[in-house]
Design a protein around this ligand. Structure first.
Ligand code: NAD
Length: 493
């Protein structure tokens, strides 16, 4: 890590890529319009970014289609694609500080996290998918006789990717790495709150040897650029990470246009179950991490804490100590452990839930939106206890540093509370009893269960949800399923 002074001076010297990236070059939006990229930790403008809309999406899709059809990438061997993506992974590592600064400035998360988590993560995900793709074998069906029936994985064509702002570089990477590794062309629409790292990434991909047109990035707003991509008749597949409400819109866009495949990673309200026999100090450390990491702006944040009654007050006290030790401040300060909310509008939304919590439940700590420096986009780490099951703070995704604590007596009570939600992304269980952990893991209706940890995640394991947390999986070998179609080629001889 560099010092606070060094990050400040490097931030001041950054030059931002702020136009659409189409066909291997930066171009202004067709309309000439721009929007301001704001640093939420200061409220100040970083740069004006091209505001892409339907006309820019058309150009980007045409470029992606041409690249796909002439085979400049789609018909390269997996080994050749691997080499390019491995070079990209290395370029991401070589540009660690700049990429980290872009995400920290654009969306307000601490520099210690972008340097140690987001940027190394992006490099690792590209590397992992690059290395995996030339180890995937196709199949021969067991037909016997004078027939050979091959089952081959083919790239889909043009993939549209629409991603959120909470891990700007990583959410883009989770889509791009498997989509590009399997030979597709991609049009990426980053979130309007955080377009800057994706635009730099596109330039790095060209430097790594990705042919022009294979990756296009159109910054812009959801309702115009995002919708245009979702409705585009020449997009074969739309992959999305974001809110449940917008995920449902993409299903509608597909149904009303060309029936493109749609894969959704959406919201969550993930429960963290703490049993009396758990290692309570470790559980408290990780429960605090599970809700407060990244300002709570994490789809799989452990935002509901379910704790066994006998230990509830002891455990809440431990959590309170940890919440109060969090250092909020300028995200460029390496000592800061919680930054700003992504923007003032989101801070207002999160603060509205603080008001609901104060009505419905017992405030343990935090509970305020605060001003630091020139920005009021900060929210204190907040814990509410005695939260009734009907409260909106336990039913709705807040996407901020707000924990709702409920208590239970038995395993069955815990399970019923945990599954009583429209979401199904993740859950955590803390217990020394392996049989209980396995039995509950089987019955929790979620995509990932972490036992004696929280938010377990790796490029080796699939990530995604059930119910209204979406469907389809990012990461792991299984992520390739979203970006390929099985083709049967049957030869008689
Ligand atoms: P969002 O749904 O508002 O925006 C996500 C993306 O969709 C952005 O690029 C946005 O521009 C675009 N969009 C918005 N409105 C649109 C519209 N009408 N048509 C087309 N596109 C539109 O979500 P957000 O606020 O950026 O991110 C927070 C949400 O993302 C949370 O709900 C969180 O749980 C979810 N998320 C899920 C995962 C996961 O893997 N399940 C991971 C990270 C975030």
């Amino acid at each position: 890590m560099l010092s606070y002074d060094e990050y400040q001076s490097k931030a001041a010297g950054l030059s931002f890529r702020n136009q659409c990236w189409i066909d291997g070059a930066f171009v202004p939006a067709v309309s000439g319009e721009t929007f301001a990229a704001i640093n939420p930790a200061t409220g100040k403008k970083l740069t004006d970014v091209a505001r892409g809309s339907a006309a820019d999406i058309d150009r980007a899709v045409a470029s992606a289609r041409a690249a796909f059809e002439d085979g400049r990438w789609s018909r390269k061997t997996p080994g050749e694609r691997k080499e390019v993506l491995l070079r990209l992974a290395q370029l991401i590592r070589d540009n660690l500080t700049e990429l980290a600064l872009l995400d920290t400035l654009d969306m307000g998360k601490p520099i210690s996290e972008t340097v140690n988590v987001d940027v190394p993560g992006s490099a690792m995900f590209f590397q992992w998918h690059a290395e995996a793709v030339d180890k995937l074998y196709d199949e021969i069906a067991p037909t016997g006789g004078r027939d050979v029936a091959m089952v081959r994985r083919m790239p889909l064509g043009v993939v549209g990717a629409v991603v959120p702002w909470n891990f700007p570089l990583d959410m883009a990477t989770w889509k791009l790495a498997p989509a590009l590794a399997t030979g597709n062309s991609v049009v990426l629409k980053p979130a309007e709150q955080s377009p800057l790292s994706a635009l730099f990434l596109a330039e790095l991909a060209k430097e790594a040897g990705l042919p022009d047109g294979v990756l296009n990035v159109v910054p812009g707003f959801g309702e115009d650029a995002g919708q245009a991509l979702g409705r585009h008749p020449d997009v074969d597949c739309l992959v999305f990470t974001g809110s449940t409400a917008v995920g449902k819109l993409f299903q509608r866009y597909a149904g009303e246009s060309n029936m493109k495949q749609v894969w959704l990673e959406t919201g969550g309200k993930s429960p963290n179950l703490i049993f009396a026999d758990a290692d309570l100090d470790k559980a408290a450390d990780m429960a605090a991490f599970g809700i407060f990491f990244n300002q709570g702006e994490v789809c799989s944040a452990n935002s509901r804490l379910l704790v066994q009654k006998d230990i509830a007050e002891v455990f809440i006290a431990k959590l309170k100590t940890r919440a109060e030790a969090i250092k909020q401040g300028d995200p460029l300060d390496p000592e800061t452990t919680m930054g700003a909310m992504v923007d003032a509008q989101h801070a207002t939304r999160v603060a509205s839930y603080l008001a609901v919590g104060k009505e419905d439940a017992r405030l343990v700590t935090g509970g305020n939106r605060i001003t630091i420096g020139s920005s009021d986009a900060f929210v204190q780490p907040t814990i509410f206890a005695d939260v009734p099951a009907h409260s909106r703070i336990v039913r709705e995704e807040i996407f901020g540093p707000v924990l709702a604590v409920q208590t239970f007596d038995t395993d069955e009570d815990a399970l019923a509370l945990a599954n009583d939600t429209e979401f199904g992304l993740a859950a955590s269980i803390w217990t020394a009893d392996l049989s209980r952990a396995m039995d509950l893991s089987d019955r929790l209706n979620v995509g990932t269960v972490s036992v004696n940890t929280v938010d377990a995640l790796s490029p080796m394991t699939p990530f995604g949800g059930v119910k209204q947390s979406g469907f389809g999986r990012d990461l792991s070998i299984h992520s390739f399923d979203k970006y390929t179609a099985l083709k049967t080629i049957w030869v008689k001889y």
